[in-house]
Design a protein around this ligand. Structure first.
Ligand SMILES: [Ca+2]
Ligand SMILES: [Ca+2]
Length: 579
């Protein structure tokens, strides 16, 4: 590997008072690191041309073995350094594993796990699992998605709200109520066979208070301590504010995300190494093709940069998307890596979610035209792309598991939803859809996360309908599924929609027209957000259409044989191939 040092954390009673030793060809114990808790010891192993295999690490005291641990040096994933992460040629489907499908009812209650399935409690576990995802990969593939972001699957042995997975209690174990590590590996393989890349959700900012560390912390500064419970302010602006008060910055970054989520101190180098190696382990063990990093700005940003840099050195084509939830391009852009920012910082994280466009997408489709309202919101958001290292790597979305449902954000208007989907799949960036969007699921965030993350109909024993099948869906749901499928069929084959440049025209009369183009191809997109049919004079777009004679809308099949005045039906979108 590019990095040859492996650090092993060992936890056992009084292990700090033993002398460790290793005897295995190609493995040298170079450092023994003690911490102020004698129950931990950290070993730096230098790995040079060692064969995979198992070897004992001996921990001696007065010449006798106190502990012997058989450590396994696993074989590397073949061609790991060539792993190709997700990019703009992909479309991402997001799902929450507890809420998607229960493929194995026998893991609904697991001995030793504090919470079991309780289908009467919207904030309780519903029973979804990895087998349920595997069972329905074809459904996701058939719509045309080629990447799957799954909310966290690691062990969350918390007494309540354990279903969402954001309170890790073991970084190396899949939660047994979702399946085993082997099941996760099988999921990645099954997905790969269908052309679907798996994006692993990771959280380095915090852990669950039931993490085994919390009973006996390796070091006092393993977590960020406060005299009394202090929540983060969620004020991401304090990170870059040149006028910020130090105490505000500290509260933002070192405050706890929630009462049951201790804030990790990634400035501790042993913890930092632990987290970095954990990512390497999951990439090599399971062969994942991407990581979604939760709450990116809430962790120490210099650690985040070290983490990104380390992974990029090992896996140059791997992809990471960071959750920097702040809809302000001048701040969001800072967290996308690849180039040095104004203060010398580089996150080395390829992508961030486009929360600016997300903010624009809701009201953008419901408001009437204004100086900066309605579709102008989309235009204005994209007009700030000069701030990003690479705007074509941003993930574009209308909702996720934390927000109001996109269908709710646009006042439950099916025609508007189709326009939103057209925009998400044709503007620059990597499109993402949250599960249930295709079923016209609605919900407000303020009604509770449990409600927002409703179960997929047909995924659970006793469900009255099965929306995984065409027959089990309503006509309106099928209309949306068909729209997504048509758009993705076209998009998946259309390189210009992946990497082609974007040219947008200032919206007029609530109609927004833009082009994706390269040397060979041009695709024109028209969004008419009016409640009535309109006449669109396309001569205004001549700088983009000058080399073409006709345009065919892939959605309706309609062809225009000139670039004069076109009739565009009310509340529709067109995706036109120019010829
Ligand atoms: Ca289950
Ligand atoms: Ca933090």
């Amino acid at each position: 590997m590019h990095h040859s040092t492996l650090q092993v954390m060992v936890y056992a009673d009084n292990i700090g008072n033993t002398r460790p030793s290793v005897d295995y060809p190609g493995v040298t114990l170079t450092d023994i690191i003690l911490v102020n808790n004698p129950n931990y010891i950290f070993l730096n192993l230098e790995i040079t041309d060692a064969d995979p295999g198992t070897f004992p690490i001996r921990f001696r005291n007065a010449g006798n073995d106190v502990y012997v641990y058989d450590y396994e040096l696993k074989r590397r994933l073949p061609n790991a350094e060539q792993i190709k992460g997700f990019d703009a040629s992909d479309a991402i489907y997001l799902l929450m594993p507890d809420r998607f499908a229960n493929g194995n009812p026998s893991n609904d209650q697991v001995e030793g796990m504090l919470e079991g399935v309780n289908r009467d409690n919207p904030d309780g576990r519903q029973g979804g699992d990895i087998q349920g995802i595997i069972d329905h990969l074809d459904y996701i593939r058939d719509m045309g998605f080629s990447a799957l972001w799954i909310n966290p699957l690691l062990e969350n042995n918390q007494p309540e709200y354990s279903y969402h997975g954001y309170a890790t209690t073991d970084f190396y174990q899949i939660d047994p109520r979702f399946g085993t590590n082997e099941d996760y590996k099988r999921l990645v393989e099954e997905a790969e066979q269908r052309g679907i890349k798996i994006i692993k959700d990771m959280i380095f900012n915090h852990i669950g208070d039931q993490h085994w560390w919390m009973k006996d912390l390796p070091d006092k500064n393993w977590i960020n301590n406060w005299d009394e419970f202090t929540k983060t302010s969620y004020r991401i602006t304090t990170i870059l504010d040149p006028h910020a008060a130090e105490s505000d910055y500290r509260k933002m970054v070192d405050g706890w995300f929630d009462g049951h989520m201790p804030d990790l101190n990634q400035k501790n180098p042993l913890l930092a190494t632990y987290l970095i190696q954990n990512s390497v382990w999951w990439i090599e063990y399971a062969g994942i093709q991407g990581i979604r990093m939760d709450t990116q700005p809430y962790a120490d940003r210099f650690f985040m940069s070290d983490w990104g840099k380390y992974l990029m050195a090992e896996y140059p084509y791997f992809r990471i998307v960071g959750e920097s939830w702040i809809g302000v391009p001048s701040l969001m852009s800072y967290f996308q890596g690849g180039e040095i920012q104004f203060d010398g910082y580089d996150s080395h994280i390829n992508s961030v979610f486009d929360f600016s466009l997300y903010d624009a997408i809701g009201p953008g489709f419901t408001e009437g035209e204004g100086w900066s309202e309605g579709l102008m919101r989309l235009y204005n958001s994209l007009a700030q792309d000069f701030l990003y290292v690479d705007p074509f790597q941003l993930v574009v979305f209308g909702d996720n598991h934390d927000t109001d449902r996109i269908y709710t954000r646009i006042n439950q208007d099916k025609d508007k939803l189709k326009m939103v989907l057209t925009h998400i799949f044709t503007t620059r960036g990597i499109p993402m859809i949250y599960t249930g969007t295709e079923l016209l699921e609605s919900g407000y965030e303020h009604d509770g996360h449990g409600e927002l993350r409703s179960t997929f109909p047909g995924g659970f024993p006793g469900d009255k309908t099965n929306a995984f099948t065409k027959r089990g869906r309503t006509r309106n749901q099928n209309d949306i599924v068909d729209h997504i499928t048509e758009l993705l069929q076209f998009r998946n084959e259309s390189e210009v929609l992946h990497y082609g440049l974007l040219k947008q025209f200032v919206p007029e009369n609530n109609v927004y027209t833009y082009f994706r183009y390269d040397e060979d191809e041009t695709v024109m997109v028209v969004l008419n957000s009016n409640d009535k049919d309109i006449e669109l004079d396309t001569r205004r777009f001549s700088e983009a259409t000058i080399n073409f004679n006709a345009a065919t809308d892939i959605l309706s099949g309609k062809t225009f044989n000139d670039f004069n005045t076109w009739k565009i039906p009310a509340n529709t979108s067109m995706v036109l191939q120019l010829k």
